[in-house]
Design a binder for this molecule. Structure first.
Ligand SMILES: *[C@@H]1O[C@H](CO)[C@@H](O)[C@H](O)[C@H]1NC(C)=O
Ligand SMILES: *[C@@H]1O[C@H](CO)[C@@H](O)[C@H](O)[C@H]1NC(C)=O
Ligand SMILES: *[C@@H]1O[C@H](CO)[C@@H](O)[C@H](O)[C@H]1NC(C)=O
Ligand SMILES: *[C@@H]1O[C@H](CO)[C@@H](O)[C@H](O)[C@H]1NC(C)=O
Ligand SMILES: *[C@@H]1O[C@H](CO)[C@@H](O)[C@H](O)[C@H]1NC(C)=O
Length: 591
């Protein structure tokens, strides 16, 4: 999985590296230089047939930005949130009305705040300058600063955008000066965060304000009053989370040596602001997946059945031991939860039932003998965490005609015997039924099957990897093609070249390698926005555990993503959000 993730990133970097020079010809790159504005304008005057104007026009309250008016917009508005979009991108089309609504609201509220949009496929200069590799990408430009925009991290709806912007436009935390106002502030809402700092100008307080800008769904208060430190029993700088449910109050004291890290505080607040047991719904799913807790423990039940509902009590009791490490979620098979059942190989009739899932690789675990007591659930979760439980692998039954067709149909149960048959060279396509890229290559695979159906030692096969899981092979993108050569040693070679019959054949005849060839990505045409499918592949995916609904689209990649969640990299590594972005690459194929 890791290797494959790295490959995706690598492809991305390679593609961009190649595209860079092509885009470099455009005048937009000048903007990168100091005084870019002036340089660009001088050049523009030379171009006679171009209509050049820095006039700011609006469409549905959203500024329409391009290379000629971008600098002017930056100079006129203190906070400018810019959406870089592609006209063909489905996510962008869905965002448009929400973005326009947010723009109208914010425009009304302040002269200094505006929303703008850039067609990144037409404005190649701007797109290159700001390193746009996913659609939509939203960036916030503050105080006219062109070189250090802030990545947008809020929700992709009108309310979410408004709140996120307001947090940055005004004070992000309410100043609390005495016990009465503090008590009133805390009791006014279900959940508030209060920062107690001896020095509001210090670094810890600044990090706190930064976190307040990220966790926009929760009210933030801040104080430096001695009176308040005393009233809440504190002696050192501390961030307190007050809730009207579960633990009621959680303290995060600031380590005097390490200080306060805004990203870490944001993560802690996200984790601890979740209810101990979350109910899975369309409203909670972004919080469930957004908290990026590495494991989920799920209780599937039918909420219309009284006895099943009662199981939640013990489930909750077990949950408190694993706060932050395992998120406990109740899934109603009669409601929104029905959409994720196939992903677990379940039907509504299986409820009540428990599943543990590791988000990093989608491995699922279940009890041998199901028991719902708090002790049983706690022991089971602990056993999985300790590596004492084997994953539960899904498998379909083999279809009757599985080995009479030119392309053999494998399932989990038959995979081992066929793929690792030492007398055969086996070429397997791992696919998802909903993946458009798989459909695109389906005909080529059938043709390959036809071509080799009479070869004794060659088997062309396919397996629906969403319904069949294998112990040691994790599929992170669809389609994935693996070649299992004859002979001992259980070898497996991943095929990474173009997906056409001739190249497949060459690969097979060559014993699982291809003569040195330039990378496929180098054929990407420099003009974007042409020949892209109107419906990107993985959008057709059914709702799935592990799918982050907020993922933007990348224009790179040639497959559908199987795993859309990765554990946060260790400190000092790349921003996990960036990683998600790349992993969540929209499956748009080039060339
Ligand atoms: C803009 O402000 C006016 C007056 O305050 C209000 O009536 C109107 O509904 C606001 N429009 C939006 C889109 O918020
Ligand atoms: C933009 O912001 C960065 C980081 O805050 C700062 O280093 C840089 O000097 C700013 N540039 C301008 C032109 O203000
Ligand atoms: C959740 O679903 C309900 C009912 O289908 C709908 O009214 C609501 O807008 C949805 N909420 C979100 C955040 O999608
Ligand atoms: C849930 O239980 C109710 C009551 O027994 C039943 O009518 C309904 O069909 C069940 N839902 C599902 C999806 O099985
Ligand atoms: C999977 O890998 C483990 C450890 O290398 C090995 O013991 C096991 O036999 C493998 N299972 C299969 C089905 O290949």
């Amino acid at each position: 999985m890791r290797g494959s993730g790295a490959r995706l990133l690598w492809l991305l970097v390679l593609s961009l590296a190649w595209l860079g020079p092509a885009w470099g010809d455009s005048e937009g790159l000048e903007g990168k230089e100091e005084d870019g504005e002036v340089v660009a304008e001088e050049e523009e005057e030379d171009e006679e047939d171009d209509v050049v104007s820095d006039e700011l026009k609006e469409e549905d309250s959203v500024l329409v930005l391009h290379e000629h008016n971008f600098a002017r917009a930056l100079s006129e508005f203190r906070l400018l949130l810019v959406e870089f979009y592609a006209p063909w991108c489905g996510h962008c089309q869905r965002l448009a009305p929400e973005f326009a609504q947010a723009a109208a609201t914010l425009r009304n509220g302040s002269e200094a705040v505006r929303l703008g949009k850039v067609d990144a496929t037409a404005q190649v200069g701007l797109s290159t300058e700001f390193g746009i590799n996913a659609y939509p990408t939203l960036k916030l430009f503050r105080d006219g600063n062109r070189t250090h925009p802030l990545a947008y991290t809020g929700r992709m709806d009108a309310n979410g955008i408004v709140r996120w912007m307001q947090r940055r436009a005004g004070p992000s935390a309410t100043l609390l000066q005495d016990t009465d106002t503090a008590a009133a502030f805390i009791s006014a809402q279900d959940m508030v965060v209060v920062g107690f700092f001896k020095d509001l100008k210090g670094e810890a307080a600044q990090a706190f304000y930064e976190a307040a800008g990220e966790v926009v769904d929760v009210a933030f208060g801040v104080t430096e009053a001695d009176e308040l430190f005393e009233a809440y029993g504190l002696s050192v700088d501390t961030v307190c989370l007050f809730k009207k449910f579960d633990e009621e109050r959680t303290d995060f004291p600031v380590d005097p040596a390490r200080g306060l890290d805004a990203a870490e505080l944001t993560r802690l607040l996200r984790v601890h602001s979740l209810e101990l047991v979350m109910e899975f719904s369309n409203e909670t799913s972004s919080r469930i997946f957004g908290a990026k807790i590495p494991h989920h423990m799920l209780l599937f039940l039918n909420k219309s059945v009284e006895e099943q509902l009662a199981l939640r009590d013990d489930f909750r009791k077990a949950a408190s031991n694993f706060r932050g490490e395992v998120l406990f979620v109740v899934v109603d098979v009669d409601g929104y939860g029905a959409t994720v059942l196939p992903f677990f190989g379940l039907t509504p009739a299986d409820a009540p039932t428990l599943r543990f899932i590791k988000m990093e690789n989608n491995r699922k675990y279940q009890m041998d003998e199901e028991a719902f007591s708090a002790t049983a659930v706690r022991d089971f979760v602990q056993a999985v965490l300790d590596g004492k439980v084997k994953p539960h692998l899904l498998s379909e039954e083999p279809p009757e005609d599985w080995d009479t067709r030119p392309v053999k149909v494998l399932v989990g149960k038959t995979f081992e015997q066929v793929a690792f048959d030492e007398t055969k060279n086996v070429f397997v396509k791992f696919y998802a039924p909903w993946c458009a890229h798989c459909k695109e290559m389906a005909a080529a695979w059938e043709e390959l099957g036809e071509r080799y159906k009479d070869h004794e030692d060659i088997v062309i096969a396919e397996i629906d990897a969403t319904a069949n899981e294998l112990e040691n092979i994790t599929i992170s993108g669809y389609p994935t093609l693996h070649y299992f050569p004859a002979g001992p040693g259980r070898k497996m070679i991943e095929y990474r070249s173009t997906r056409d019959v001739e190249t497949f054949s060459k690969f097979l005849e060559n014993g699982g390698t291809l003569p040195e060839e330039p990378p496929v990505v180098s054929k990407v045409p420099p003009s974007l926005g042409q020949g892209f499918p109107s419906t990107p592949g993985w959008l057709q995916a059914p709702a799935r555990w592990g799918m982050d609904p907020a993922l933007p689209h990348s224009r790179m990649g040639t497959g559908c993503l199987a795993i859309l969640f990765l554990p946060s990299p260790s400190a000092g590594d790349q921003d996990p959000r960036e990683q998600h972005r790349h992993r969540g690459a929209e499956s748009v194929r080039h060339g």
